[in-house]
Design a protein around this ligand. Sequence first.
Ligand code: Q6M
Ligand code: ZN
Length: 666
Amino acid sequence: MGTALIYDEEMTKYKLLWVDPMCKIEVPERLTVSHEALVKSGLADRCVSVPVRKATDADILLVHSEEYLEAVKKTPYMTLEELKDFTLQYGDVYFHPNIYHCAMLAAGAALQLVDSVMTGKVRNGMALVRPPGHHSMRSAANGFCVFNNVAIAAQYAKQQYGVKRVLIVDWDVHHGQGVQYCFEDDPSVLYFSWHRYEHQNFWPKLRESDFDSVGKEKGAGFTINVPWNKVEMQNSDYLSVFCHLLLPVAYEFCPDLVLVCAGFDSAIGDPEGEMCATPDIFAHLTHLLMNLAGGKLCAVLEGGYNLTSLAQSVCQTVQTLLGDPAPRPVKLEGPCRSALESLHCVRSAHRQYWSCLKHAADLPTSDISTKHLKLADEDEYSDDETEWPEPVKRFAPAVRAAVVLPDAVACPDRCHPFTLSEDLDPFIVNKLKENFLKEADDGDALSTLSRLINLVERMEKNEICSGLALVPEISMATMCVIQHAASALRNRVLVVCVGDWNVPSQVTEDGKTLVLQFSNKESEESKSRYYIPVHLKKGFSDVSGFIQVVMGLLLPLGYEYDPSLVVLVRMSDSGLCDSAWQQLTGLLQGLAQGHTLVLMQDNEKECVGPTVSSLLGNPAPSLGPLLAPLSEDVESVEKLRDRLKAEWKLLQNTAQDKGRDAEDQS
Ligand code: Q6M
Ligand code: ZN
């Protein structure tokens, strides 16, 4: 199951032929630099190259009117003056004798991608196209866009493959109003967009781009707009919106297919967006979407005008689609105040439509509402002032998943059976004997523990990505791993425990281990910042409640803590279903460069297959559309979040919370 890359040089063969400051940034080089970066980094070679095709008239008419199509068809025969005139009826777009041809290829590329993914030829993919699509409307070109590539792809997937629910994630920095209009009354397509808005002062300056445009009639609730009312949004702001809004809703919606309007003008250095999120954030955004829809994800290029930032962001996205572990996230300082206001407004506007948001706070009072119009003085944006470090080279360790299994259990396919590669370090053996083993323990116990330690060490050296161990005594093994990993000064370990383990208090004392425990037992309030027990009333039978905790609590905590190792402990008889367990395992691999070590009791052999599948990077099965989580559970989780959010900034999601920039505010 590979990753498709769709690109054709043909789409570089049109450009602006006259002077227009509004359009001069949309250049052919956008495509060539993106593609060259993929080739140079070796990523292109690892993809399945799929040819483009021309969209047919019938394809275009899925979204556009006949009159509009006929009008665009005439543009190749127009003189320069006629082209200029034709262009004038639309906003921020230009025509060229060859753009109609390219627009057919761009839409066709999106359709080829949908075909490749839906027929199972590949798992996911990306199409590098020009012109972009998300602004174009039924009968109008707009914002460099001629045909709405992604909207056409969504309609096509529904019609051709009987896809019931499509999620469109538009992370371009502009509002894809064309996509919104196309699906505003359609509950089968959930359209999510974040966009620079500045209280309606930023192009396309539409009232309907605000948080209170939520869709119409049957489609009410299926349009989600997140307005950015300030520039310079950072990685934390983007991740907060994913954790506290998009992901919970997306999991509740349960799409059969995910389409991404993949514009990279939302990245640092872009002259349009003026945002500060770094290119590596797209690795995480991509990763977080890859366990939806059984992994069926199609990314289609939209904007992106800083050629360096664009090329880096495209590479981050494609490398993640290929399954390489995401880099450690950089500089997560929590969301800023303006982002919190927006998040608060969107969550409350959607409370009535999504049960995962039912307990979101009320709409803020008017003084903090995003409605007030106060514009900061305009600074002239200068292109070459912004600098950021080149993203670190990512690579997948030679061993993706190593397993430590009892002799009686066969090593699953594509896994690396982990035996001791070198002689045991006598120092470690002594330590193990002193701290963990009893006189009565046999050589097997020593061998299992020392193999575990060895495994952790090789994960630290990045020779092995992830691991799974079936152990005879899970508490002992967990303690042993934690102590060893944390003993190296620079390490932080995130322990996620599914089921009841009496976490010894010394574990969380030095801040080097953060424990989040899903417990079946009601526990007293935690005393430590680093030990977080979560209790769900109906245990793990409430998958919705569980997912709510994973998105709204575990992921933000994990991202902020930024561990170098994740230890995922599954106690016996936890009662968690395989698909939820696989979702958890898959999502956690976005942390610690994918260094996840799963520990399970040796009587849980049936769980080895599903776990290993997730560790190998296979998408988790869908959970099905989620029902409302238990109110009591949601309330207790909200309380927990309230208590923790002063110390863990990524848990904040209301306007009352103090954003990272709180000091500069009155
Ligand atoms: C340009 C103003 C220039 C695909 C896209 C297109 C953006 C169009 C922006 C038009 N305004 N200073 O969303 O990136
Ligand atoms: Zn854009």
